[in-house]
Design a binder for this molecule. Structure first.
Ligand SMILES: Cc1cc2nc3c(=O)[nH]c(=O)nc-3n(C[C@H](O)[C@H](O)[C@H](O)COP(=O)(O)O)c2cc1C
Length: 273
């Protein structure tokens, strides 16, 4: 087996004024205050692509940093990770302005619904022509939990159990619902999709219940190009996260998406894009 000895370069950003670069926004040349402008993201993506980067990774958090002195005062004063916007929304524009750059975006599993989230990612898979990746985080901030309908942060192991359950549903939607040849798009007969080839996933679990079919059509570009690659283990665990499609479905077998359970793994995973 020949080893791929190419170096992969990844840009790292958070959609905020200051993340790992505290105070740098004060530099006269700093552009980080423009994180809310589409032109900022387009220029960033084009600069990375021109510089031969493989991907742009965008971190995210759903709560304010408020532990220091028990308030968000210092965080706000210094623009530390707050204010921050939704990093998924600039991806289509960046994809339209580049050809090869991959986009790894952080999304917290605890505050999404797998049925909706799977559609969002598949939409971006289509719109970016297979250049979207997902950094799966559970969200570790108490301030996020409090503002998203919980009294406190869910305990660590429970967060990961919920995320396993989340992953089970999204994989079922991606792997077990639409067969590759389900879309017919036959103008003459007037048939767009063959209902016999679109399967309800019939999922009922402790956290999520999704009886129906995946709402969007598959395969999307990433699936088409990479389905033979196997997913790498997300964490050191005995049980693999990827499960084969339900036996009743003749849809595709288990494959991989450019996703990971930790940001570090996400960076490595982008070599698949
Ligand atoms: C390089 C790196 C980047 C991370 N980026 C994010 C992020 O963008 N958003 C987030 O909520 N957590 C982020 N995390 C935190 C992880 O999701 C996780 O909470 C952390 O590694 C602690 O692991 P644990 O959840 O098992 O305690 C990052 C972790 C690492 C190592």
């Amino acid at each position: 087996m020949t080893r791929d000895r190419r170096i992969r370069f990844n840009g790292f950003k958070c959609s905020t004024v200051a993340h790992t670069t505290a105070g740098l926004w004060r530099h006269p040349n700093s552009q980080s205050h423009r994180y809310k402008e589409l032109s900022f993201w387009i220029e960033l993506a084009q600069t990375l692509e021109r510089g031969k980067f493989d991907s742009l990774f965008v971190a995210d958090a759903l709560g304010v940093l408020d532990v220091y002195r028990g308030s968000p005062e210092q965080t706000l004063r210094e623009g530390l990770q707050t204010p921050t916007d939704d990093p998924l929304l600039a991806v289509s524009a960046m994809a339209a302005a580049t050809k090869h750059l991959g986009f790894g975006i952080t999304v917290a599993s605890l505050y999404e619904l797998p049925y909706l989230f799977a559609r969002k990612m598949t939409t971006l898979d289509h719109l970016t022509d297979g250049r979207i990746g997902w950094n799966i985080v559970t969200s570790a901030l108490d301030s996020a939990a409090r503002n998203l309908g919980r009294e406190d942060q869910i305990a660590h192991d429970e967060r990961y159990a919920m995320t396993d359950a989340f992953m089970e549903v999204v994989y079922k939607l991606w792997e077990g619902s639409w067969q590759d040849d389900a879309v017919v798009h036959d103008r003459a007969s007037g048939i767009y999709a063959d209902p016999a080839k679109v399967h309800a996933i019939g999922h009922k679990g402790r956290y999520y219940s999704v009886p129906g079919i995946f709402l969007f059509q598959l395969p999307s570009p990433w699936w088409r190009h990479h389905r033979r690659k196997r997913i790498r283990p997300l964490r050191n665990r005995a049980k693999p996260l990827v499960r084969p499609a339900p036996a009743s479905s003749s849809a595709r077998t288990a494959t991989s998406l450019p996703i990971s359970m930790s940001s570090m793994a996400a960076l490595a995973t982008f070599s698949a894009i």
